[in-house]
Ligand binder design. Sequence first.
Ligand SMILES: *Cc1c(COP(=O)(O)O)cnc(C)c1O
Length: 453
Amino acid sequence: MSNPLLERAAQRAIAYLDGLATRPVAPPPAAIAALDAFDEELPPGPSPPEAVLDLLDCVGSPATMAMAGPRFFGFVIGGSLPAALAANWLAAAWDQNAALANVTPAAARLEAVALRWLLDLLGLPAGAAGAFVTGGTMANFTALAAARHAVLERAGWNVEADGLIGAPPVTVIVGAEAHPTLFKSLGLLGLGRNRVIRVPVDGQGRLVAAQLPRIAGPTIVCTQAGNVNSGAFDPVGEVCARLAGSGAWVHVDGAFGLWAAAVPGLRHLVAGAGAADSWATDAHKWLNVPYDSGLAFVRDGAALQSAMAITAEYLPSESTVRNPCDFTPELSRRARGVEVWAALRSLGRSGVAEMIGGCVRHAQRFAAGLRAAGYEVLNDVVLNQVVVTFGDPERTGRVIAAIQADGTCWCGSTVWQGRPAMRISVSSWATTADDVEKSLEAILRVARKWGHA
Ligand SMILES: *Cc1c(COP(=O)(O)O)cnc(C)c1O
C-alpha cells in the first residue's frame, strides 16, 4: 500500500507544524509578495498533483499566519488538537455528505454522540437539539431561526410558510455589547440589524439585567457569555429568572465563553445559563478543532426542526435516526461533527477542563506581568482575554504594530469602551507557560521602546 501523493502531503503538513514553534508568527512581507506566483493564467491543461502540492506548500505555507502555533493571540480562535486534525484528514478522505443518517451512518452517529457529550459537558438540557454549522455567526443564525419560529408560532403565525411580511412584530432585545455578528444574524433573519432594543452594560460590558424592558408580545432576548474584548459574561441566569413566565425566548451567544461551563472552577460564570432556550458556541474556537465548526443548541428541538427541515410542514418522522439536515441551514455539508467527536474523545472531561482552564491561567499571567511593568489592563481578567494600553492611543498603536512585526507573538488591536487598546486572547491547546513568558518578554521589550506606562 503506497500513495506517494498523500504521503508527501502528510510530510509537508508535518514539516509545517514542526516549523510553527520557531518561525515568526506573522508571515514576513517577502512571503506575502511571493504570493504573486499564484497569479498565473488558468493552466491550459493538467499538471501532476505532486507539482500542485509542492507549489501550494512552497508559495502558500510561508504566507500563512501561524494561527495553528502556540503564540498567536490575535483572536479567540484556538488551534487544532492533534486528534482533531488527524480526524479531519481521515474525514476528508471519507468525503461524506453528512446530510442523511441512513446514507452516511458513521458521520451521523459521531455527530449524535458528540452532541450528547456536549450537552452534558456544557450543562445544557439533555434533550436539547443541536446543529453542526460553520461557526458562531451561523450558530446564532440557526438558534435565532428557531426562536423566530417559536415566538411567532405562539402568536398564531407560521413564519417559514408565510414569511415576515405581515407577521406580528417581534421585539428583539440585546445587550449593548453584543458581538457584531449577532446583528448580522438578525439581519439575515429579517429581524433587522437596527430594529433592536439595546440594554445598557456595565464597565466590563455585562448587560444590566435590572434594565431589561417590560416584555410584551413575541420577544427574543439575546445574551452573551464571553465578551470578545473583556471576556465578561452577561448575567444569563438572572436574565432567565427575570423573564421566566414572560414568554420571551432567551438566547445565549457563547461563542467561546460557553466553554467555561466545562471547567469546575469557572462554571460560576455561566450559572443559570442552562435555563435559556438556545445557545450558540464555536468548536473552532476553544475546542480547538479545524475550521469551520460552530454549534447551535435549542431546548425545543421541534422549533429548530420547523425552522430548518426541508419540508415546509415538518412532521417528526417515525424514524429513530437523527438526520443532520433537519437541524442545519445546509443540506449538503461536510461531516464536521467527526472532529468535534475526536477532540472530545481524546481530551475527555478532564482534558477539556485542563485546556480551557490552562488558557485562563495564561491570560492571568499576561495580565499580572503587564500590570507589574506598569501598564494598564482595562478589564477584569475572568477568562482568556486581556485588554491593555501602553499609554496614549498613538503609543498603543505603535506598540501593537511593533509586536506584530517582532514576530515572537501576534496580538490585535481593539477599542474598549472608547479606549484604543491591545487585545490578548489565549485559546490554543498548544500554548505553554514557556510560550507565555517568551511572549510577555517580547511585549515588554517592545513596549519599553515604544510605549509609556
Ligand atoms: C467569534 C464570535 C462570534 C462569531 O463567530 P464566527 O465563528 O467567527 O462566525 C459570535 N459571537 C461571539 C461572542 C464571538 O466571540
